[in-house]
Write a protein that binds this ligand. Sequence first.
Ligand code: ATP
Ligand code: MG
Length: 397
Amino acid sequence: MEDKLYLIKEGEISLKGGNRNLFEKQLRHNIKNKLRPYHSDITKQKGRLYARIPGDVPDDLIRKALSTTSGITGFARAYPAAKDIEAMKAKAAEILPLSDFPEGGTFRITVKREDKTFPMNSHEVACTLADTVFSLYPGMSVDLRNPQHTLTCEIRNDVYLYTSEEKGESGLPYATAGKGMLLLSGGIDSPVAGYMMAKRGMKLDAIYFHAYPYTSELALEKVKKLASIIAPYLGGLRLFVVPFTEGQVYIRDHGYEEESTLMFRAAMMQTAERIARAEDAKAIVTGEALSQVASQTLDAMSFTDSMTELLVLRPLVGMDKEDITEKARRIGSYETSILPYEDCCVVFSPRHPVTHPVKAVARKHFEELGMQGIIDEAVRNTEVFSFDPMGREICGE
Ligand code: ATP
Ligand code: MG
């Protein structure tokens, strides 16, 4: 079976002067990694990447791989033709019946003539290819502004034709901007937070605090499912599941009830920092948004920030729930996030949580709790699950 060829348009990375090579190299690596175990060959030509993929790889899989890889603005299955107008016409006649052109309606021909030595100009090539369309589908008409179908012909070192370009994620290739630890709960917000940071080039692993049996095994399954859903956007991830029942119960029994959420969050930060440092991560990422719940006031967030020396990033801080929900739907995490298994914060929530803690007081109370031993134990008993760049769980790790 013949290889499939995909033309890939790079996004923002084409702007990054000195770093450009590094970004491009990472993007190629990210694409190759997604298409494993298939052997794909990715080459580059001025502003374009070309992925040669074995013919037996299903189109759906390729589309999922490319549409979730940040740093790509668009991609299309492309067909090479010889650099000769007769060959280009023949190739157009061959691929149009495979496209959505047979549906009829309006179309345009877009010609990108990068190779200025080609004897015909763009307009002439466009008119010639339009004639090919008319000969096959006489009922169609041209609409340059708002066409229903587009046939693009790029004349560069080689000639490629394609009909259906799909939009990519844009952003920057993940794993070009250092590593972070995502605090992943079963809610709507944190998967979106991870997605957003990955799109800015961050490499992420995730941490989930599990309070079994107060939170059921189903809650853990739900978080694992969320990890697998966001994995393609993150280029794969490891999920650290921290058993935190003892910590929760200890806080409930030894702290002030109205401060329990704050104390839990402080313990979470310190535990996350321990795991982050061991994994060489420089930041903690959360799904908090200003004033969404009691622990997300400026005072509360400022307190939890002070419990770790790592940078705490909250990409959703200025977003409202509607915008977050829309993103969650788009990346496909929403339906899983709204499944009803409670996360541990809900089970242990105080009736009247402190919303405006005085930082020094809350810090003192946390210190008095003396949770270091419990945190050590939790870190020791942490279990790790791994997900590959297509979201499949990797067993036996
Ligand atoms: P989410 O929708 O992401 O669960 P939320 O609105 O329910 O967020 P909180 O429960 O207060 O808000 O949690 C705020 C953030 O703290 C979450 O977005 C997540 O990053 C982190 N977090 C909360 N609970 C856990 C947990 N059990 N394990 C890991 N991280 C958690
Ligand atoms: Mg939550």
